[in-house]
Design a protein around this ligand. Structure first.
Ligand code: ADP
Ligand code: ZN
Length: 516
Protein backbone atom coordinates (compact mmCIF):
# COMPACT_ATOMS: atom_id res chain seq x y z
CA UNK A 1 0.00 0.00 0.00
CA UNK A 2 1.25 3.48 -0.88
CA UNK A 3 1.69 5.85 2.03
CA UNK A 4 -0.23 9.11 2.07
CA UNK A 5 2.87 11.28 2.10
CA UNK A 6 4.13 9.49 -1.01
CA UNK A 7 0.87 10.19 -2.77
CA UNK A 8 1.02 13.86 -1.69
CA UNK A 9 4.52 14.15 -3.16
CA UNK A 10 4.36 11.95 -6.21
CA UNK A 11 0.84 12.59 -7.40
CA UNK A 12 0.12 16.14 -6.26
CA UNK A 13 3.66 17.47 -6.09
CA UNK A 14 3.43 18.99 -2.60
CA UNK A 15 6.07 18.42 0.03
CA UNK A 16 4.25 18.72 3.37
CA UNK A 17 0.75 18.37 4.70
CA UNK A 18 -1.19 21.40 5.76
CA UNK A 19 -2.61 21.61 9.30
CA UNK A 20 -5.20 18.92 9.93
CA UNK A 21 -4.79 17.05 6.64
CA UNK A 22 -2.61 14.26 7.95
CA UNK A 23 -4.83 13.64 10.98
CA UNK A 24 -7.96 13.45 8.84
CA UNK A 25 -6.34 11.12 6.32
CA UNK A 26 -4.95 8.85 9.06
CA UNK A 27 -8.36 8.47 10.73
CA UNK A 28 -10.12 7.96 7.43
CA UNK A 29 -7.68 5.23 6.45
CA UNK A 30 -8.39 3.50 9.76
CA UNK A 31 -11.98 3.18 8.60
CA UNK A 32 -13.47 5.72 11.00
CA UNK A 33 -16.22 8.23 10.40
CA UNK A 34 -14.61 11.67 10.56
CA UNK A 35 -15.75 15.29 10.63
CA UNK A 36 -13.23 17.77 9.20
CA UNK A 37 -13.85 21.47 9.78
CA UNK A 38 -11.21 23.59 8.09
CA UNK A 39 -11.34 27.10 6.65
CA UNK A 40 -11.71 27.79 2.93
CA UNK A 41 -8.44 27.22 1.14
CA UNK A 42 -7.10 24.87 3.81
CA UNK A 43 -6.99 21.94 1.41
CA UNK A 44 -10.02 19.86 2.33
CA UNK A 45 -10.23 18.03 -1.00
CA UNK A 46 -6.86 16.41 -0.41
CA UNK A 47 -8.34 14.78 2.70
CA UNK A 48 -10.44 12.42 0.57
CA UNK A 49 -8.43 12.46 -2.65
CA UNK A 50 -5.42 10.85 -0.97
CA UNK A 51 -7.48 8.11 0.75
CA UNK A 52 -9.21 7.54 -2.58
CA UNK A 53 -5.85 6.70 -4.14
CA UNK A 54 -4.53 4.70 -1.20
CA UNK A 55 -7.71 2.66 -0.64
CA UNK A 56 -8.81 -0.13 -2.95
CA UNK A 57 -12.14 0.49 -4.69
CA UNK A 58 -13.98 3.71 -5.31
CA UNK A 59 -14.50 6.85 -3.22
CA UNK A 60 -17.92 8.38 -3.59
CA UNK A 61 -17.89 12.17 -3.23
CA UNK A 62 -21.19 13.88 -2.50
CA UNK A 63 -21.11 17.44 -3.68
CA UNK A 64 -23.88 20.04 -3.92
CA UNK A 65 -22.92 21.74 -7.17
CA UNK A 66 -22.33 20.42 -10.65
CA UNK A 67 -19.83 23.20 -11.43
CA UNK A 68 -17.87 22.30 -8.31
CA UNK A 69 -17.64 18.68 -9.46
CA UNK A 70 -16.47 19.70 -12.88
CA UNK A 71 -13.64 21.87 -11.56
CA UNK A 72 -12.46 19.13 -9.22
CA UNK A 73 -12.52 16.47 -11.90
CA UNK A 74 -10.62 18.68 -14.33
CA UNK A 75 -7.91 19.35 -11.79
CA UNK A 76 -7.70 15.65 -10.81
CA UNK A 77 -7.29 14.75 -14.45
CA UNK A 78 -4.43 17.23 -14.71
CA UNK A 79 -2.73 15.21 -11.99
CA UNK A 80 -3.33 12.03 -13.95
CA UNK A 81 -6.17 10.76 -11.78
CA UNK A 82 -9.29 9.42 -13.42
CA UNK A 83 -12.48 10.70 -11.86
CA UNK A 84 -16.04 11.15 -13.10
CA UNK A 85 -19.34 12.68 -12.09
CA UNK A 86 -22.90 11.46 -12.23
CA UNK A 87 -25.41 14.25 -12.07
CA UNK A 88 -28.38 15.69 -13.90
CA UNK A 89 -26.04 16.97 -16.63
CA UNK A 90 -24.65 13.49 -17.40
CA UNK A 91 -26.13 12.13 -20.66
CA UNK A 92 -28.06 8.91 -20.02
CA UNK A 93 -25.87 6.88 -22.37
CA UNK A 94 -22.77 7.80 -20.36
CA UNK A 95 -24.06 6.56 -17.02
CA UNK A 96 -23.45 2.84 -17.52
CA UNK A 97 -19.97 3.22 -19.04
CA UNK A 98 -18.98 5.38 -16.04
CA UNK A 99 -20.31 2.80 -13.61
CA UNK A 100 -18.50 0.06 -15.52
CA UNK A 101 -15.20 1.94 -15.34
CA UNK A 102 -15.72 2.41 -11.61
CA UNK A 103 -16.42 -1.32 -11.31
CA UNK A 104 -13.20 -2.11 -13.16
CA UNK A 105 -11.21 0.17 -10.87
CA UNK A 106 -10.45 2.67 -13.62
CA UNK A 107 -12.24 5.47 -11.80
CA UNK A 108 -11.09 6.13 -8.26
CA UNK A 109 -13.37 9.06 -7.43
CA UNK A 110 -17.01 9.23 -8.37
CA UNK A 111 -18.76 12.55 -7.74
CA UNK A 112 -22.52 12.55 -7.26
CA UNK A 113 -25.22 14.90 -6.01
CA UNK A 114 -27.11 14.00 -2.84
CA UNK A 115 -30.27 13.71 -4.93
CA UNK A 116 -28.74 10.88 -6.93
CA UNK A 117 -27.87 8.94 -3.80
CA UNK A 118 -31.51 9.24 -2.76
CA UNK A 119 -32.65 7.37 -5.91
CA UNK A 120 -33.54 3.71 -5.37
CA UNK A 121 -32.23 2.57 -8.73
CA UNK A 122 -28.89 4.26 -8.14
CA UNK A 123 -28.61 2.62 -4.74
CA UNK A 124 -29.17 -0.70 -6.46
CA UNK A 125 -26.42 0.08 -9.00
CA UNK A 126 -24.00 0.97 -6.22
CA UNK A 127 -24.22 -2.60 -4.95
CA UNK A 128 -21.92 -3.66 -7.76
CA UNK A 129 -19.16 -1.30 -6.70
CA UNK A 130 -16.56 -1.68 -4.01
CA UNK A 131 -16.99 1.65 -2.28
CA UNK A 132 -14.39 2.29 0.37
CA UNK A 133 -15.27 5.83 1.46
CA UNK A 134 -18.10 8.33 1.18
CA UNK A 135 -16.90 11.94 1.34
CA UNK A 136 -19.62 14.47 2.09
CA UNK A 137 -18.45 17.87 0.84
CA UNK A 138 -20.08 21.10 2.11
CA UNK A 139 -21.49 18.98 4.93
CA UNK A 140 -23.15 21.99 6.59
CA UNK A 141 -25.89 21.63 3.94
CA UNK A 142 -27.21 18.78 6.09
CA UNK A 143 -28.21 21.12 8.88
CA UNK A 144 -31.14 23.48 9.16
CA UNK A 145 -28.85 25.49 11.45
CA UNK A 146 -26.38 25.99 8.62
CA UNK A 147 -26.69 28.67 5.99
CA UNK A 148 -27.27 26.46 2.98
CA UNK A 149 -29.72 23.78 3.98
CA UNK A 150 -30.38 21.19 1.29
CA UNK A 151 -33.08 18.60 2.04
CA UNK A 152 -31.49 15.72 0.07
CA UNK A 153 -28.48 15.89 2.40
CA UNK A 154 -30.77 14.55 5.10
CA UNK A 155 -31.06 11.25 3.25
CA UNK A 156 -27.33 10.65 2.91
CA UNK A 157 -27.01 8.38 5.92
CA UNK A 158 -29.84 6.18 4.74
CA UNK A 159 -28.13 5.96 1.34
CA UNK A 160 -24.75 5.10 2.84
CA UNK A 161 -26.31 2.41 5.03
CA UNK A 162 -27.73 0.76 1.94
CA UNK A 163 -24.25 0.34 0.40
CA UNK A 164 -23.12 -3.29 0.69
CA UNK A 165 -19.42 -2.60 1.13
CA UNK A 166 -20.20 -0.50 4.25
CA UNK A 167 -17.87 2.45 3.60
CA UNK A 168 -16.93 4.94 6.27
CA UNK A 169 -17.84 8.61 6.01
CA UNK A 170 -15.76 11.78 5.88
CA UNK A 171 -17.82 14.97 6.31
CA UNK A 172 -16.10 18.22 5.31
CA UNK A 173 -17.06 21.84 5.79
CA UNK A 174 -15.48 25.26 6.14
CA UNK A 175 -18.28 26.93 7.99
CA UNK A 176 -19.88 25.16 10.88
CA UNK A 177 -20.79 26.67 14.21
CA UNK A 178 -20.74 24.23 17.15
CA UNK A 179 -24.45 23.48 16.76
CA UNK A 180 -24.03 22.75 13.05
CA UNK A 181 -21.03 20.51 13.83
CA UNK A 182 -23.12 18.54 16.28
CA UNK A 183 -25.99 18.24 13.83
CA UNK A 184 -23.68 16.89 11.10
CA UNK A 185 -22.05 14.46 13.49
CA UNK A 186 -25.38 13.21 14.87
CA UNK A 187 -26.81 12.59 11.46
CA UNK A 188 -23.74 10.91 10.00
CA UNK A 189 -22.85 8.98 13.11
CA UNK A 190 -19.49 10.60 13.79
CA UNK A 191 -18.20 10.31 17.36
CA UNK A 192 -16.81 13.50 18.95
CA UNK A 193 -13.31 12.02 19.21
CA UNK A 194 -13.20 11.89 15.43
CA UNK A 195 -13.66 15.61 14.86
CA UNK A 196 -10.69 17.32 13.28
CA UNK A 197 -11.21 21.05 13.63
CA UNK A 198 -8.34 23.28 12.65
CA UNK A 199 -8.14 26.92 13.58
CA UNK A 200 -10.71 29.11 11.91
CA UNK A 201 -8.35 32.05 12.04
CA UNK A 202 -6.79 33.20 8.79
CA UNK A 203 -3.62 34.95 9.90
CA UNK A 204 -2.79 36.35 6.46
CA UNK A 205 -6.22 37.94 6.02
CA UNK A 206 -6.91 41.45 7.39
CA UNK A 207 -10.55 42.30 7.89
CA UNK A 208 -12.04 45.70 7.53
CA UNK A 209 -15.54 47.08 7.89
CA UNK A 210 -16.29 50.26 5.97
CA UNK A 211 -19.30 51.90 7.43
CA UNK A 212 -21.75 53.31 4.91
CA UNK A 213 -19.44 55.33 2.65
CA UNK A 214 -21.04 58.30 0.94
CA UNK A 215 -20.21 56.85 -2.44
CA UNK A 216 -19.50 53.15 -2.65
CA UNK A 217 -18.43 53.29 -6.28
CA UNK A 218 -15.82 55.92 -5.52
CA UNK A 219 -14.55 53.97 -2.55
CA UNK A 220 -14.09 50.88 -4.71
CA UNK A 221 -12.45 52.73 -7.57
CA UNK A 222 -10.09 54.45 -5.21
CA UNK A 223 -9.16 51.19 -3.49
CA UNK A 224 -8.55 49.34 -6.74
CA UNK A 225 -6.47 52.20 -8.15
CA UNK A 226 -4.33 52.11 -5.04
CA UNK A 227 -3.73 48.38 -5.56
CA UNK A 228 -2.96 48.34 -9.26
CA UNK A 229 -1.20 45.02 -9.65
CA UNK A 230 -3.42 42.95 -7.41
CA UNK A 231 -6.21 40.56 -8.28
CA UNK A 232 -9.45 40.98 -6.43
CA UNK A 233 -13.08 39.99 -6.22
CA UNK A 234 -15.89 42.46 -5.59
CA UNK A 235 -19.10 40.83 -4.45
CA UNK A 236 -22.45 42.55 -4.94
CA UNK A 237 -25.85 41.23 -3.97
CA UNK A 238 -27.75 41.35 -7.25
CA UNK A 239 -27.10 40.90 -10.93
CA UNK A 240 -28.09 44.52 -11.52
CA UNK A 241 -25.62 45.82 -8.94
CA UNK A 242 -22.94 43.61 -10.47
CA UNK A 243 -23.51 44.97 -13.94
CA UNK A 244 -23.66 48.60 -12.86
CA UNK A 245 -20.48 48.29 -10.84
CA UNK A 246 -18.66 46.52 -13.67
CA UNK A 247 -19.62 49.29 -16.09
CA UNK A 248 -18.53 51.96 -13.68
CA UNK A 249 -15.14 50.37 -13.03
CA UNK A 250 -14.57 49.61 -16.70
CA UNK A 251 -15.42 53.20 -17.67
CA UNK A 252 -12.80 54.30 -15.19
CA UNK A 253 -10.06 52.22 -16.69
CA UNK A 254 -10.14 49.07 -14.57
CA UNK A 255 -9.81 45.72 -16.35
CA UNK A 256 -12.85 43.98 -15.04
CA UNK A 257 -15.56 41.41 -15.85
CA UNK A 258 -18.93 40.41 -14.43
CA UNK A 259 -19.94 36.99 -13.20
CA UNK A 260 -23.46 35.96 -12.24
CA UNK A 261 -25.97 33.18 -12.75
CA UNK A 262 -27.46 34.94 -15.79
CA UNK A 263 -24.45 34.18 -17.99
CA UNK A 264 -24.19 31.11 -20.18
CA UNK A 265 -21.82 28.32 -19.17
CA UNK A 266 -19.41 29.37 -21.88
CA UNK A 267 -19.43 33.02 -20.76
CA UNK A 268 -18.84 31.98 -17.20
CA UNK A 269 -15.96 29.71 -18.13
CA UNK A 270 -14.39 32.54 -20.18
CA UNK A 271 -14.65 34.98 -17.29
CA UNK A 272 -13.11 32.43 -14.91
CA UNK A 273 -10.22 31.85 -17.29
CA UNK A 274 -9.64 35.56 -17.82
CA UNK A 275 -9.40 35.99 -14.06
CA UNK A 276 -7.31 32.89 -13.51
CA UNK A 277 -4.74 34.04 -16.05
CA UNK A 278 -4.77 37.70 -14.95
CA UNK A 279 -6.35 39.05 -18.11
CA UNK A 280 -8.74 40.98 -15.90
CA UNK A 281 -7.75 42.48 -12.57
CA UNK A 282 -11.11 42.44 -10.85
CA UNK A 283 -14.17 40.21 -11.04
CA UNK A 284 -17.43 41.77 -9.96
CA UNK A 285 -19.73 38.93 -9.02
CA UNK A 286 -22.77 37.69 -7.20
CA UNK A 287 -22.32 34.82 -4.78
CA UNK A 288 -22.56 32.49 -7.81
CA UNK A 289 -18.82 33.09 -8.18
CA UNK A 290 -16.33 31.32 -6.05
CA UNK A 291 -17.07 27.70 -5.26
CA UNK A 292 -14.45 25.69 -7.00
CA UNK A 293 -12.40 28.69 -8.04
CA UNK A 294 -8.86 28.05 -7.07
CA UNK A 295 -6.96 31.23 -7.84
CA UNK A 296 -4.23 31.38 -5.27
CA UNK A 297 -3.14 35.02 -5.48
CA UNK A 298 -6.42 36.86 -4.86
CA UNK A 299 -5.26 39.86 -2.79
CA UNK A 300 -8.59 41.42 -1.85
CA UNK A 301 -12.22 40.42 -1.55
CA UNK A 302 -14.53 43.39 -1.15
CA UNK A 303 -18.22 43.05 -0.42
CA UNK A 304 -20.06 46.02 -1.86
CA UNK A 305 -23.18 44.62 -0.18
CA UNK A 306 -23.35 42.68 3.03
CA UNK A 307 -24.16 38.96 2.98
CA UNK A 308 -27.18 37.74 4.96
CA UNK A 309 -24.99 35.80 7.38
CA UNK A 310 -21.47 35.53 8.72
CA UNK A 311 -20.98 32.01 7.34
CA UNK A 312 -21.22 33.14 3.71
CA UNK A 313 -19.20 36.24 4.46
CA UNK A 314 -16.32 34.25 5.87
CA UNK A 315 -16.46 31.72 3.09
CA UNK A 316 -16.40 34.38 0.38
CA UNK A 317 -13.80 36.61 2.04
CA UNK A 318 -11.73 33.46 2.62
CA UNK A 319 -11.14 33.19 -1.11
CA UNK A 320 -8.44 35.81 -0.70
CA UNK A 321 -4.90 34.69 -0.03
CA UNK A 322 -4.94 30.94 -0.60
CA UNK A 323 -1.22 31.31 -1.23
CA UNK A 324 -0.74 32.37 2.39
CA UNK A 325 0.43 35.90 1.50
CA UNK A 326 -1.13 39.02 3.07
CA UNK A 327 -4.55 39.98 1.75
CA UNK A 328 -7.66 41.93 2.72
CA UNK A 329 -11.35 41.16 3.30
CA UNK A 330 -13.42 44.33 3.26
CA UNK A 331 -17.10 44.56 4.04
CA UNK A 332 -18.87 47.73 2.99
CA UNK A 333 -21.84 48.08 5.23
CA UNK A 334 -25.10 49.76 4.27
CA UNK A 335 -27.95 49.52 6.77
CA UNK A 336 -30.32 49.23 3.82
CA UNK A 337 -28.83 45.86 2.84
CA UNK A 338 -29.70 44.48 6.24
CA UNK A 339 -33.20 45.96 6.00
CA UNK A 340 -33.64 44.26 2.64
CA UNK A 341 -32.59 40.86 3.98
CA UNK A 342 -34.92 41.33 6.93
CA UNK A 343 -37.71 42.03 4.48
CA UNK A 344 -36.84 38.92 2.43
CA UNK A 345 -37.11 36.80 5.56
CA UNK A 346 -40.38 38.47 6.54
CA UNK A 347 -41.83 37.81 3.10
CA UNK A 348 -40.58 34.23 2.82
CA UNK A 349 -42.81 31.26 3.45
CA UNK A 350 -40.17 29.53 5.53
CA UNK A 351 -41.46 27.70 8.57
CA UNK A 352 -41.29 29.65 11.85
CA UNK A 353 -38.33 27.82 13.28
CA UNK A 354 -36.24 28.26 10.13
CA UNK A 355 -37.25 31.91 9.84
CA UNK A 356 -36.06 32.46 13.39
CA UNK A 357 -32.68 30.96 12.52
CA UNK A 358 -32.37 33.33 9.55
CA UNK A 359 -33.09 36.31 11.79
CA UNK A 360 -30.42 35.13 14.22
CA UNK A 361 -27.91 34.85 11.39
CA UNK A 362 -28.76 38.33 10.19
CA UNK A 363 -28.31 39.63 13.73
CA UNK A 364 -24.85 38.03 13.83
CA UNK A 365 -23.61 39.83 10.73
CA UNK A 366 -25.16 43.08 11.99
CA UNK A 367 -23.16 42.61 15.17
CA UNK A 368 -20.04 41.98 13.13
CA UNK A 369 -20.26 45.35 11.40
CA UNK A 370 -20.94 47.11 14.68
CA UNK A 371 -18.52 45.37 16.98
CA UNK A 372 -15.50 47.16 18.41
CA UNK A 373 -13.79 43.85 19.11
CA UNK A 374 -11.07 42.42 16.82
CA UNK A 375 -12.94 41.31 13.69
CA UNK A 376 -10.97 38.09 13.32
CA UNK A 377 -11.62 37.28 16.96
CA UNK A 378 -15.32 38.00 16.52
CA UNK A 379 -15.61 35.56 13.59
CA UNK A 380 -13.56 32.85 15.22
CA UNK A 381 -15.69 33.09 18.36
CA UNK A 382 -18.85 32.80 16.30
CA UNK A 383 -17.54 29.46 15.08
CA UNK A 384 -16.88 28.36 18.64
CA UNK A 385 -13.14 28.95 18.95
CA UNK A 386 -10.84 31.54 20.46
CA UNK A 387 -7.83 33.43 19.12
CA UNK A 388 -5.87 36.48 20.16
CA UNK A 389 -6.50 39.89 18.57
CA UNK A 390 -5.08 39.96 15.06
CA UNK A 391 -3.49 43.37 15.36
CA UNK A 392 -4.34 44.39 11.81
CA UNK A 393 -8.10 44.48 11.28
CA UNK A 394 -9.91 47.82 11.15
CA UNK A 395 -10.90 47.45 14.80
CA UNK A 396 -7.44 46.47 16.02
CA UNK A 397 -6.12 49.46 14.13
CA UNK A 398 -8.82 51.53 15.78
CA UNK A 399 -10.21 53.50 12.87
CA UNK A 400 -13.44 54.10 14.73
CA UNK A 401 -14.65 56.05 17.70
CA UNK A 402 -17.15 54.91 20.24
CA UNK A 403 -20.21 57.07 20.40
CA UNK A 404 -22.32 57.05 23.52
CA UNK A 405 -25.95 56.60 22.52
CA UNK A 406 -27.38 55.89 25.96
CA UNK A 407 -29.65 58.96 25.96
CA UNK A 408 -31.24 58.07 22.60
CA UNK A 409 -31.58 54.45 23.61
CA UNK A 410 -33.35 55.39 26.84
CA UNK A 411 -35.91 57.39 24.88
CA UNK A 412 -36.72 54.37 22.79
CA UNK A 413 -36.83 52.00 25.71
CA UNK A 414 -39.12 54.25 27.73
CA UNK A 415 -41.41 54.65 24.73
CA UNK A 416 -41.77 50.88 24.51
CA UNK A 417 -42.46 50.84 28.23
CA UNK A 418 -45.07 53.55 27.83
CA UNK A 419 -46.66 51.65 24.93
CA UNK A 420 -46.85 48.64 27.22
CA UNK A 421 -44.87 46.44 24.82
CA UNK A 422 -47.87 46.01 22.54
CA UNK A 423 -46.51 47.46 19.28
CA UNK A 424 -44.02 46.72 16.54
CA UNK A 425 -40.97 48.71 15.45
CA UNK A 426 -42.84 51.06 13.18
CA UNK A 427 -45.25 52.37 15.77
CA UNK A 428 -42.44 52.74 18.30
CA UNK A 429 -40.40 54.72 15.77
CA UNK A 430 -43.40 56.90 14.85
CA UNK A 431 -44.21 57.67 18.48
CA UNK A 432 -40.68 58.47 19.57
CA UNK A 433 -40.05 60.69 16.55
CA UNK A 434 -43.45 62.37 16.87
CA UNK A 435 -44.99 61.32 13.55
CA UNK A 436 -48.33 62.78 12.65
CA UNK A 437 -50.38 60.09 10.92
CA UNK A 438 -53.68 58.24 11.21
CA UNK A 439 -52.24 55.48 13.39
CA UNK A 440 -50.75 58.04 15.80
CA UNK A 441 -54.12 59.77 16.11
CA UNK A 442 -55.87 56.45 16.71
CA UNK A 443 -53.67 55.60 19.65
CA UNK A 444 -53.64 59.24 20.81
CA UNK A 445 -49.88 59.21 20.66
CA UNK A 446 -49.52 62.91 21.36
CA UNK A 447 -50.59 62.25 24.94
CA UNK A 448 -47.56 60.08 25.56
CA UNK A 449 -44.72 61.56 27.52
CA UNK A 450 -42.17 60.31 25.01
CA UNK A 451 -44.01 61.43 21.90
CA UNK A 452 -41.51 63.23 19.68
CA UNK A 453 -38.77 63.00 22.30
CA UNK A 454 -36.16 61.70 19.83
CA UNK A 455 -35.04 64.33 17.35
CA UNK A 456 -34.29 61.95 14.51
CA UNK A 457 -35.94 60.96 11.26
CA UNK A 458 -37.98 57.78 11.22
CA UNK A 459 -35.35 55.86 9.23
CA UNK A 460 -32.63 56.70 11.72
CA UNK A 461 -34.93 55.80 14.60
CA UNK A 462 -35.61 52.41 13.00
CA UNK A 463 -31.89 51.85 12.49
CA UNK A 464 -31.35 52.61 16.14
CA UNK A 465 -34.12 50.19 17.16
CA UNK A 466 -32.54 47.52 14.97
CA UNK A 467 -29.18 48.24 16.54
CA UNK A 468 -30.70 47.80 20.00
CA UNK A 469 -32.31 44.53 18.88
CA UNK A 470 -29.11 43.16 17.41
CA UNK A 471 -27.25 44.07 20.60
CA UNK A 472 -29.85 42.40 22.82
CA UNK A 473 -31.26 45.51 24.49
CA UNK A 474 -34.58 44.85 22.80
CA UNK A 475 -36.10 41.73 21.31
CA UNK A 476 -38.79 40.94 18.79
CA UNK A 477 -41.45 38.36 19.55
CA UNK A 478 -41.52 35.65 16.92
CA UNK A 479 -45.19 36.14 16.19
CA UNK A 480 -46.76 36.99 12.86
CA UNK A 481 -46.62 40.70 13.68
CA UNK A 482 -43.48 40.97 15.77
CA UNK A 483 -43.81 43.20 18.82
CA UNK A 484 -40.79 44.90 20.42
CA UNK A 485 -39.99 43.98 24.01
CA UNK A 486 -37.35 45.31 26.37
CA UNK A 487 -34.83 42.71 27.57
CA UNK A 488 -33.19 42.65 31.02
CA UNK A 489 -30.19 44.36 29.47
CA UNK A 490 -32.52 47.08 28.17
CA UNK A 491 -34.05 47.63 31.62
CA UNK A 492 -30.52 48.05 32.98
CA UNK A 493 -30.05 50.94 30.56
CA UNK A 494 -33.24 52.60 31.72
CA UNK A 495 -32.13 52.09 35.33
CA UNK A 496 -28.79 53.80 34.58
CA UNK A 497 -26.93 50.57 35.24
CA UNK A 498 -25.64 50.28 31.72
CA UNK A 499 -24.42 52.53 28.93
CA UNK A 500 -25.02 51.94 25.24
CA UNK A 501 -22.31 52.76 22.77
CA UNK A 502 -22.03 52.45 19.06
CA UNK A 503 -18.94 52.38 16.97
CA UNK A 504 -18.68 55.22 14.51
CA UNK A 505 -16.09 55.27 11.82
CA UNK A 506 -13.71 58.21 12.15
CA UNK A 507 -13.18 58.99 8.53
CA UNK A 508 -16.45 57.88 7.04
CA UNK A 509 -19.85 59.41 7.42
CA UNK A 510 -22.12 57.42 9.66
CA UNK A 511 -25.65 56.67 8.60
CA UNK A 512 -27.14 57.43 11.95
CA UNK A 513 -26.14 61.03 12.56
CA UNK A 514 -27.20 61.35 16.14
CA UNK A 515 -28.01 64.80 17.30
CA UNK A 516 -27.69 65.23 21.02
P1 ADP B 1 -10.73 23.94 0.43
O1 ADP B 1 -11.63 22.91 -0.21
O2 ADP B 1 -10.38 23.58 1.84
O3 ADP B 1 -11.22 25.34 0.28
P2 ADP B 1 -8.90 23.09 -1.61
O4 ADP B 1 -9.05 21.65 -1.35
O5 ADP B 1 -9.59 23.67 -2.79
O6 ADP B 1 -9.35 23.91 -0.32
O7 ADP B 1 -7.36 23.45 -1.64
C1 ADP B 1 -6.89 24.76 -1.80
C2 ADP B 1 -5.57 24.77 -2.53
O8 ADP B 1 -4.52 24.27 -1.69
C3 ADP B 1 -5.53 23.90 -3.77
O9 ADP B 1 -4.84 24.59 -4.77
C4 ADP B 1 -4.76 22.66 -3.34
O10 ADP B 1 -4.13 22.02 -4.41
C5 ADP B 1 -3.77 23.27 -2.38
N1 ADP B 1 -3.25 22.32 -1.39
C6 ADP B 1 -3.93 21.34 -0.75
N2 ADP B 1 -3.13 20.67 0.09
C7 ADP B 1 -1.91 21.23 -0.02
C8 ADP B 1 -0.63 20.98 0.62
N3 ADP B 1 -0.48 20.02 1.52
N4 ADP B 1 0.41 21.76 0.26
C9 ADP B 1 0.25 22.76 -0.64
N5 ADP B 1 -0.90 23.05 -1.27
C10 ADP B 1 -1.98 22.29 -0.96
ZN1 ZN C 1 -8.09 42.40 14.76
Amino acid sequence: MKSSIEVLKNVFGYTTFRPGQERVIEQVLKGRNVLAVMPTGAGKSMCYQIPALVNPGVTLVISPLISLMKDQIDSLKQNGINAAALNSATPQEEVNPILRQAYEGKIKLLYITPERLAMDYFRYQLNFLDISLVAVDEAHCISQWGHDFRPAYRQIMEGVKSIKSQPNILALTATATPSVQKDIADQLNIPAENYVITSFARPNLSFKVVDNPKNTNLYLLDYIKKHPNQSGIVYASTRKNVEELTDYLAQNGILTASYHAGLSNKERADVQDAFQFDKVQVIVATNAFGMGIDKRNVRFVIHANSTPNLESYYQEAGRAGRDGEPCEGILIYHPKDIRLYRWFIEQSDLDDEYQKIQYQKLAAITKYVNTTECLQQFIVRYFGQTCSPCGKCSNCLGTFIEKDITAESKKIISTIYELDGRFGKNVVADVVTGANNQRMREIRASNFKNYGSLKLGKRAALDLINYLISHNYLELTDTQYPVVHVTNLGWDVLDDKKQVSQKISKNIRKSIQLTN
